[in-house]
Design a protein around this ligand. Structure first.
Ligand SMILES: C[S@@+](CC[C@H](N)C(=O)[O-])C[C@H]1O[C@@H](n2cnc3c(N)ncnc32)[C@H](O)[C@@H]1O
Length: 267
């Protein structure tokens, strides 16, 4: 049947099961999503009306943080949980500050991989994509080392991905393994849905997303997110709602979004 998404979907891609990257793309107003993704996204939105402003504020945090780090002289970025390309992707923001910035993207979603290949095909600046799970730190570090020099600072970006890693998979251990491999002066930036911001709405969103995704997502508290930065120098203003992390001077005051965000430097 013409218009049946199973026929127009890329070969090998299951579009009948909602996927986090495509749900997120729908919330950001993108076009790379399918009926199952939109239905799941709408279910979460019904439970949590702040979800759309939350993901928009999350993207704005990513841009501000990359601009900040590039301004601090960082020229190497490892962006794990890239998502489907949208406006202000990491390499665009970093390379606008310093065209020599090197960016390695990592994601485990074949749809993201397809888009990333298309996105990066015309890019002349040093940018690469690794098809890997965050939990496979050995593979990420081996492959990223082809483009990044681990003797110099690297900015590790874990933006809206850690809720996909349950406590049983040791997200703190994963972060420590990655940060241990990076040079002093490296940065870590994290955003994370907060179960203790707007508690009722976020509990409903966690439940709806878990049901839609078919695997458990884990929203965490301020304390839980802060502990991901253990051993690092947390920069001011600390772990805060993403819209409050060093907002642009002309930014309008924004309502609570449900997302925690923070940045730290490796001593
Ligand atoms: C909510 S999106 C965030 C996208 C982007 N970082 C942003 O904040 O705009 C989460 C991304 O993480 C990816 N992801 C989820 N679990 C992952 C894992 N275990 N390993 C690698 N990527 C993962 C998903 O495919 C998706 O692209």
């Amino acid at each position: 049947m013409i218009g049946d998404e199973r026929e127009i979907a890329p070969r090998g891609i299951d579009v009948t099961t909602p996927h986090i990257a495509r749900i997120y793309d729908y919330w950001l107003g993108g076009k790379d999503n399918y009926a199952a993704d939109r239905a799941a996204a709408e279910q979460v939105m019904a439970a949590t009306p702040t979800i759309k402003p939350g993901v928009t504020a999350n993207r704005a945090f990513l841009s501000r943080v990359v601009r900040f780090m590039a301004g601090e002289g960082v020229t190497q970025f490892l962006d794990i949980g890239t998502g489907i390309p949208t406006a202000d992707n990491t390499h665009l923001v970093a390379q606008a500050v310093n065209p020599a910035s090197r960016v390695v993207y990592v994601d485990n979603d074949p749809i993201v991989l397809n888009h990333a290949r298309a996105l990066l095909s015309g890019v002349t600046a040093p940018t690469a994509f690794i098809d890997s799970d965050l939990r496979d730190t050995g593979r990420i570090l081996d492959e990223a080392a082809r483009l990044l020099d681990f003797d110099r600072p690297v900015a590790l970006l874990l933006i809206a991905i850690l809720h996909c890693v349950p406590d049983g998979d040791d997200p703190r251990g994963i972060i420590h393994t990655l940060m241990d491999s990076l040079a002093p002066g490296s940065f870590l930036a994290i955003t994370h849905p907060g179960i203790d911001q707007l508690p009722e709405q976020m509990a409903a969103a966690e439940k709806a997303l878990t049901k839609a995704m078919g695997f458990r997502v884990t929203f965490r508290t301020h304390e839980g997110v802060s502990r991901f930065f253990d051993g690092l120098d947390l920069l001011t203003p600390g772990v805060v709602p993403v819209q409050d992390w060093r907002p642009d001077p002309d930014a309008q005051p924004s309502a609570t979004t449900g997302m925690w965000g923070g940045v730290a430097r490796k001593p």
